[in-house]
Design a protein around this ligand. Structure first.
Ligand code: SF4
Length: 307
C-alpha cells in the first residue's frame, strides 16, 4: 500500500502512463532483491525457464514491461512470446484457470541469462522464495518435476525483513493477476471445467501418443496438459470472453489504452470486489455444443462433486 502510494504520487497513470509504469516496474525490481539472501546456484541450468512442466503465469503489467524494455509494440510481444494458457492450481480434478502465460521454453532466455531481467514477470521474481513464504517449500522440493532445481536441494532462509518484502510482492501479484483477468475477460479469474469433454480429450490424447486408449480418465491429471491446452486454443479460445483478448491487447498499444489499464490497476474498490467472492463464488465455464456457458460456483471439492 505504501509503495502504491509512492508510485501514485509520481504521476497519475492517466497523465503519463509510461512514466507511471516505469516507476511501478522500478519499485517491483527493487523489491525483487530487497533484504533477500537468496542467490541462484552458479551451476543452475535454468529448469524453471526451460521446462514445459513449470508454466509461468504473466500479467498485463508484464506484457507492457517487456514491450517497453524491448521497444516493441505490446501486441507483437504478446503474439511472439506469450499466449493464453491453462493452469492446474495444484488441482487434481477437471478445473483449469485461464490466464496469460509465457511460452516455454522461455524465449527470453539467452546464454542462460534472462533477456528481460529488470521487467521479468512477478512469478519469476517470486520463485523459489514464495514457497518458503507460503510454507510449501518442503512439499514442493520433494516433487518429481522439481528434481532438477538446485535451489530446492537446500533449505532457503527468509529473514523477517525479507518475509515482509515477500508479502508486498505477493500482494502486488494478487492485484496484477486479478486486474489482468478483469481487463482481458471482463471478470475475475475464469476457470474451465473439462469434465464433460472426456471423450474428445481421450481421443486427442490417443492421437498424440499414437496408442488407442478406451479407458475413461478419472481426472484431468490423466490427460497430458498439452492436450487440454491444444483443445482450449483450437475450440474454446474462439468463444467470448477469450475471443476478445487480442483486441484488448492491441488497445494497449496506444497511451489511452495503457492509461485505462493502469487506472484499473490502481482501483482499490475494484480489487476488493474481485477478491470478495474468494473460492466460494468463482466463474466456471463449460464448453458444450460449440458454446461456453458460465456459472458461479464454489471451488471446494464437495461442491465440485455435486455439480
Ligand atoms: S522471463 Fe526470464 S526469468 Fe522468467 S522464465 Fe523467462 S528467462 Fe526465465
Amino acid at each position: 500500500m505504501e509503495d502504491q502510494r509512492k508510485i501514485a504520487s509520481i504521476s497519475a497513470p492517466a497523465e503519463n502512463p509510461r512514466q507511471w509504469l516505469t516507476a511501478y516496474l522500478h519499485t517491483r525490481a527493487h523489491l525483487a532483491s530487497c533484504e533477500s539472501d537468496f542467490q541462484c546456484d552458479p551451476a543452475c541450468t535454468r529448469p524453471g525457464c526451460r521446462n514445459q512442466d513449470l508454466q509461468v503465469q504473466a500479467s498485463v503489467v508484464d506484457l507492457l514491461g517487456a514491450a517497453m524494455h524491448l521497444g516493441e509494440p505490446v501486441s507483437a510481444i504478446y503474439r511472439r512470446y506469450y499466449s493464453l494458457g491453462l493452469f492446474t492450481e495444484e488441482r487434481e480434478d477437471w478445473l483449469r484457470m485461464v490466464a496469460l502465460k509465457l511460452q516455454k521454453p522461455c524465449p527470453f532466455l539467452a546464454n542462460d541469462l534472462c533477456g528481460i531481467y529488470p521487467v521479468r514477470p512477478l512469478p519469476c521474481i517470486l520463485f523459489p522464495e514464495y514457497l518458503v513464504w507460503q510454507g510449501t517449500f518442503a512439499a514442493n522440493a520433494g516433487k518429481d518435476h522439481f528434481r532438477d532445481y538446485l535451489c530446492l536441494k537446500q533449505p532457503i532462509l527468509l529473514s523477517p525483513e525479507r518475509a515482509k518484502v515477500m508479502g508486498k510482492l505477493m500482494r502486488m501479484w494478487e492485484r496484477e493477476s486479478l486486474i489482468s483477468s478483469f481487463y482481458l475477460f471482463n471478470h475475475g479469474p475464469c476457470r474451465l471445467d473439462f469434465g464433460n469433454l472426456t471423450g474428445e480429450l481421450l481421443q486427442a490424447a490417443a492421437g498424440l501418443s499414437g496408442a488407442a486408449s478406451a479407458e475413461r480418465p478419472e481426472t484431468g491429471r490423466s490427460i497430458p496438459h498439452q492436450v487440454l491446452e491444444r483443445f482450449f486454443l483450437e475450440h474454446i479460445a474462439k468463444c467470448p470472453p477469450f475471443a476478445g483478448v487480442s483486441d484488448k491487447i492491441d488497445y494497449l498499444h496506444n497511451l489511452e489504452g495503457q492509461a485505462r489499464f493502469l487506472q484499473l490497476l490502481q482501483d482499490d474498490l475494484l480489487l476488493r470486489k474481485l477478491k470478495r467472492g474468494g473460492d466460494d463464488r468463482v466463474l466456471v465455464f463449460r464448453f458444450a455444443k460449440g458454446k461456453l456457458q458460465a456459472k458461479k460456483r464454489s471451488l471446494s471439492p464437495a461442491a465440485y462433486k455435486n455439480y
